[in-house]
Design a protein around this ligand. Structure first.
Ligand code: AMP
Length: 607
């Protein structure tokens, strides 16, 4: 049977794993290392280097050595993140033909997926060497916060590397899979993942029969160990400037050496309290004399330099708990992922916030690849019962008349999923509608991210508001979105798979909104009713679910019987209002329904 490998394609390091004889294991590379630097270089002779060998020559070939390509994948040239990378990278990042990003190595320009493909290919070779047979299928992980473009670009990278990426899964989900593997636990856990380039926090529920459900997820794709390295570099550069009035940043080679030294010092300070940064001959004084950099960095100074970055991760944790409507004490386990979680201050910040010691049983560098391998095995083995339920990191919807963002799939909805809504034409005799697909949480469409657009033509000429267009959003298990619009009159359909964003700036999006406002769809008048109905039905279903339990608990008292009767009356009223399509009446019942639901939950929780 074809084996499926699991690959953690990291910003700094990558890791490959496989399930063997029912147990997941990391595959070491030829050098015996379990992780491989996600670095790619081209030598003067035109030779391509990947991994440790690329890292080792990075200082002498800084301009042609790519690191942290993951920060660029799936991004557009004009995005702030790319601008930042252009300003801070030692390799050349240039604009591609589709406002995309290219990386120039020697005399050739590469797309970012091509660079990531080289890393993936290396992981494929490591696995093939070990297994002694070809490998063509993989599960690859991405940060939970990656949007569709970034996911799609990662899939493309797999394809370029000759791998069929059978599933893309979120890194924290993979970590939870690995944590929960073989344990018969039912728990709510938090996965705190602080790696080289990204920070993620996810809250997951591990349920019976191997159901892993992500309840909420958030993160920052531009907050990682490299930012802490950058603080150390700033500190070293500043100190050197004060002493010698020379700016080390002017020298690419010096900067690369500083980068290395900063990271090394940071890692050392995880186990010792003080370390020396020693860089002889770092720069020439201009008077025929070489200068050295020598400075002692203490753990305390490092902690001061990085305090606000660590605090930012804690803020994101706090927000995510709020989104998940959970209290700290409802988190039963905290799993640490990513190399940065070896830093004692980070461990104590996490322990301090969650008010519990993080789990020490998983290896922060390997846990994600192991989870990907477990998922790979589950997808190919019928006997495995594990189900993986993930959620959308962003809300998805379309732009409607008046630049209003109309959400179809809310943030944190379990995927795979599909949702439908009916819209109408926004002006008389409108024969075409433009469906502008966006993701984000802002009601003002122009503040959200554009994912794609398409036009549905051939509509019947009719007064505005009378032609109905059904819009369907579908997200598959890889988190990739497709959107369909259907004219309910004629059955005509148009659809797109959201693959690449237009790379437009906010201003360009605003202009586009102005230019196409005549072609947009409008909310249906009855939409208000639909929204109220959906909300009411959801609460009614919850109440119904709890009814048997609550009845059993409270039916012995008069007070309890009275409460049950009242609850039934409210549910009946809500149902009647829904049947009559009376929006106001449905809304009127919402308060009572919510109170009843809360009371039911309270009764069940207390027993
Ligand atoms: P990852 O993306 O998970 O491979 O994490 C890599 C990041 O973890 C890099 O920024 C490393 O410098 C950092 N890292 C690795 N080991 C340690 C350590 N012992 N102490 C502090 N940071 C570390």
């Amino acid at each position: 049977m074809e084996r499926v490998i699991g690959i953690d394609l990291g910003t700094t390091n990558s890791c490959v794993a496989i399930v063997e004889n029912g147990a997941p294991a990391v595959i070491p590379n030829r050098g015996g290392y379990k992780t491989t630097p996600s670095m790619v270089a081209v030598t003067e002779a035109g030779k391509r280097l990947v991994g440790h060998i690329a890292k080792r020559q990075a200082i002498t070939n800084a301009e042609n050595t790519v690191y942290a390509a993951k920060r660029l994948i799936g991004r557009k040239w004009n995005s702030p993140q790319v601008k930042n990378a252009v300003a801070t990278s030692s390799y050349r990042i240039v604009e591609g033909p589709h406002t995309d990003v290219r990386i120039a190595l020697r005399d050739k320009e590469y797309s970012v997926p091509e660079i990531s493909a080289m890393v993936l290919q290396e992981m494929k070779i490591i696995a093939e060497d070990y297994l002694g047979q070809p490998v063509s299928k993989a599960v690859v992980t991405v940060p939970a916060y990656f949007n569709d473009n970034q996911r799609q670009a990662t899939k493309d990278a797999g394809e370029i590397a000759g791998l069929d990426v059978i599933r893309i899964i979120n890194e924290p989900t993979a970590a939870a899979l690995s944590y929960g593997f073989g344990k018969n636990v039912e728990k709510t856990i938090a996965v705190y993942d602080f790696g080289g380039g990204t920070f993620d926090i996810s809250i997951l529920e591990i349920g019976a029969h191997g159901v892993f459900k992500v309840i909420a997820t958030a993160g920052d794709t531009f907050l990682g160990g490299e930012d802490i390295d950058a603080r150390i570099i700033d500190w070293l550069v500043q100190g050197f400037k004060e002493e010698h009035s020379l700016d080390l940043r002017q020298d690419r080679m010096a900067l690369q050496r500083l980068k290395d030294a900063a990271e090394k010092a940071k890692c050392e300070l995880s186990s010792v309290r003080e370390t020396e940064v020693n860089l002889p001959f770092i720069i020439s004084s201009g008077r025929n004399e070489a200068l050295h950099l020598q400075r002692t960095l203490s753990r305390q100074t490092l902690e001061e330099l990085s305090a606000d970055l660590i605090e930012r991760t804690v803020d994101i944790c706090r927000q995510t708990l709020e989104d998940a409507k959970l209290e700290k004490d409802e988190i039963e386990e905290v799993v640490l992922v990513g190399g940065m979680t070896r830093m004692p201050r980070i461990q104590s910040a996490v322990a301090g916030f969650f008010e519990r010691e993080p789990n020490k049983g998983v290896h922060p560098d390997e846990v994600v690849a192991l989870g990907a391998a477990i998922q790979g095995a589950a997808l190919t083995d019928d006997k495995q019962e594990m189900i993986l339920l993930d959620v959308t990191p962003h809300a998805l919807g379309i732009m409607t008349f008046g630049s209003v963002f109309e959400e179809l799939i809310p943030q944190n909805t379990t995927v795979p999923t599909h949702r439908q809504k009916i819209f109408t034409t926004s002006r008389d005799n409108q024969t075409a509608v433009k469906i502008i697909v966006m993701q984000g949480e802002n009601e003002d469409a122009s503040a959200n991210e554009l994912l794609g657009e398409f036009i549905l033509t051939g509509l019947r000429r009719a007064p505005k508001g009378t032609v109905e267009i059904e819009v369907t959003f579908e997200i598959n298990a890889d988190g990739i979105v497709s959107v369909r619009a259907k004219d309910l009159d004629t059955g005509l359909e148009q659809s797109i798979q959201v693959t690449a964003s237009s790379g437009l700036t906010r201003d360009e999006i605003k202009d586009m909104i102005d230019a196409s406002k005549d072609d947009l769809v409008d909310r249906r008048v009855s939409e208000d009713f639909e929204a109220a109905k959906q909300e009411a039905e959801k609460i009614v279903a919850e109440i119904e679910r709890l009814f048997p339990q609550v009845e059993q608990i409270v039916a012995s008292s008069d007070f309890g019987r009275d409460a049950i009767e009242k609850a039934r009356a409210i549910v009946d009223k809500a149902r009647a209002a829904i049947a009559k399509k009376d929006t106001a009446a449905v809304k009127e019942q919402l308060d009572g329904l919510t109170r009843t639901h809360r009371m039911f939950k309270g009764v069940v929780a207390k027993t």
